[in-house]
Design a protein around this ligand. Structure first.
Ligand code: FAD
Ligand code: DLZ
Ligand code: SF4
Length: 508
């Protein structure tokens, strides 16, 4: 009997396990543009356009390869507007009772499939370098799940950047060579822009007509939406930007929205690129002497290490991970995250870039919007919702561990050994933001003092009990305790005044 083969908008890989298991001559692929996915939460219009355009092109490719595809466009009158309803509708029309599905990247859809009235065979998502079982075995009985140790296992498993049993370049990790501050005269390379073809143009019109009330600029649109274009984008990165990637990985410059980053995550996360192939491309450039080891290793660590590791944490911990809030933070997400007026030059630049591009690079996500959310005590659920909506590469399996664990320390240190909290001085060192900011990064108190300074100390003070016993935090906690009582009081007062203003919805 005919079976349905579900292919979701971030499962656009020819080697998808559900396709591999199916019979091309008998089974029917089901793909659907639905409001249930695009509109709840309200995703960035560029993200919806990326997914719909890539879905349409992947469906056409599958048809060319001999598959039967039941594809629902958003405006098809019969469209059930959610994945479950689309499966039921297609099952009835085709006389199917069984569905083959690759495990989705969020627990909501996993639970929907597991409780579905049709018989669903849920297969592992094999598009990762480590299997879920491998990660579970690695994590079992370990007191702490540090990325570095997992990453070394992945290096050994794949042989990437290995010379026999030893790491290439004589070191596993060149992180210390990834922290150069930016120079004003830094060349500002741009990733390639893929001009919309007629299919993408039609999708852009559709998204404009249906989702223009979502945060974010739809046009100009230049993401790759096919495997071929994504490979071109990857090649362009390896040839033109990887060389400097490592050195300036943590740098930030006003208006330089991409610097030397690859901007490959949107394509990678919807299945247009293969993570292992990307690592091999970077290794090949290093072996050929075209890029230095700190760049090749730095890039490979992000994919072979961080990407695989966060996915492992998400799968291991289950749906409860998203509700974690050990610091009990509950402040509402302020309007400035949606483009509301702010004097903070750093926040304004990152929110602007996010609105324009559906993209911000890692250190902006972590040390600007993430850091502010952490030290201002924003509610992790609301922060997660924001990150999931606004970035084109955001899917729960990768967004949640980065927000809950890495950025907000809401999992109590399962993922990060210490909170990524900083005062303005880190931002000043790693960017040019403070030079143009009306706030004074050197001041800790008063109306014109950089808010990151007082918020930082007030955050440490609020959680002193927890952080004093953390060996990586105890030196900074001691610095706080050594300040005079009146200095500490002034700082706490400044932080309190700022937060009250924020809570009243006034521009800060
Ligand atoms: P590059 O800097 O060029 O890095 C290369 C690749 O490494 C990326 O494409 C990505 O696939 C991978 N990578 C790097 N860091 C991470 C990481 N921490 N976790 C997983 N993969 C990583 N990444 C997402 O893909 N989706 C998200 O929703 C997401 N949300 C984030 C939220 C926060 C608060 C933080 C701090 C980080 C988040 N990241 C997320 C990780 C990282 O910021 C992005 O992967 C990166 O900015 C994507 O841009 P790029 O392709 O130019 O990356
Ligand atoms: C993110 C997204 C959007 C915006 N739209 C669709 C859609 O219309 N149809 C679809 O199949 N998938 C979409 N997606 C991706 C899903 O939300 C994603 O598969 C789950 O969140 C799991 O990662
Ligand atoms: Fe950001 Fe403070 Fe620097 Fe202004 S002074 S850009 S608020 S870190």
């Amino acid at each position: 009997m005919v079976r349905l083969v579900l292919v979701l908008g971030d499962q656009l890989s020819p080697e998808l396990s559900a396709l591999a298991e199916a019979d091309r001559d008998r089974d029917v692929v089901v793909m659907a543009e639905v409001r249930g996915e695009a509109g709840t939460p309200k995703h960035h219009p560029k993200k919806i356009a990326l997914i719909f355009a890539a879905m349409r092109k992947f469906a056409a490719r599958l048809q060319d390869e001999g598959w039967t595809v039941d594809y629902a466009r958003l405006e098809d009158p019969a469209n059930a507007q959610n994945i479950s309803g689309e499966l039921l509708r297609r099952a009835e029309a085709r006389g199917a009772k069984e569905v083959l599905a690759t495990t989705p990247g969020d627990w909501r859809l996993i639970e929907m499939l597991d409780d579905h009235p049709l018989r669903v065979t849920r297969l592992p998502d094999t598009r990762f370098i480590a299997t879920e079982a491998e990660f579970r075995t690695w994590a079992k009985d370990r007191k702490s799940l540090r990325m570095e140790w997992f990453y070394r296992e992945m290096r050994r498993k794949t042989g990437i950047l290995m010379d026999g049993d030893t790491p290439a370049g004589g070191q596993w990790n060149f992180d210390k060579e990834n922290r150069k501050p930016p120079r004003d005269d830094l060349f500002r390379p741009e990733p390639p822009v893929f001009a919309p073809d007629p299919i993408t143009e039609a999708v852009l019109d559709l998204v404009e007509a249906n989702f223009s009330d979502h945060f974010g600029d739809l046009r100009p649109f230049g993401f790759p939406t096919t495997h071929e274009d994504a490979e071109r984008a990857a090649r362009d990165f390896i040839d033109n930007r990887l060389e400097q990637f490592g050195t300036y990985q943590d740098a930030m410059l006003t208006g330089a929205d991409f610097l030397y980053h690859s901007v490959l995550s949107p394509a990678l996360n919807i299945g247009l690129l293969d993570p292992l192939a990307l690592c091999k491309m970077a290794e090949e450039a290093y072996r050929a002497g075209r890029v230095p080891i700190n760049s090749a290793e730095g890039f490979i660590r992000q994919i072979l290490g961080w990407r695989e590791y966060v996915r492992g944490i998400w799968a291991l911990d289950g749906p409860g991970y998203m509700e974690r809030n050990v610091l009990r933070h509950d402040r509402a997400l302020p309007w400035l995250y949606w483009g509301g007026e702010t004097r903070m030059a750093c926040m304004a630049d990152v929110v602007r870039a996010t609105r324009e591009n559906a993209y911000a690079h890692h250190i902006q996500r972590l040390m600007i919007t993430g850091n502010f959310a952490l030290i201002a005590g924003l509610d992790p659920a609301q922060v997660q919702d924001w990150y999931l909506r606004v970035y084109a590469d955001a899917f729960e399996w990768v967004e949640a561990p980065n927000v809950v664990g890495m950025s907000l320390f809401a999992d109590g240190g399962m993922l990060a050994s210490k909170p990524y909290a900083s005062s303005g001085s880190y931002i000043d060192r790693m960017s040019d933001y403070c030079g143009t900011c009306p706030y004074d990064v050197k001041r800790r108190t008063g109306d014109d003092a950089c808010p990151f300074n007082s918020l930082y100390w007030a955050f440490l003070h609020r959680h002193a009990d927890r952080f004093s016993s953390n060996p990586r935090m105890s030196p900074i906690m001691a610095t706080w305790r050594r300040m005079s009582a009146s200095d500490r009081e002034d700082i706490l007062y400044s932080a309190q005044t700022f937060l009250e203003k924020l809570d009243r919805g006034e521009p800060v």
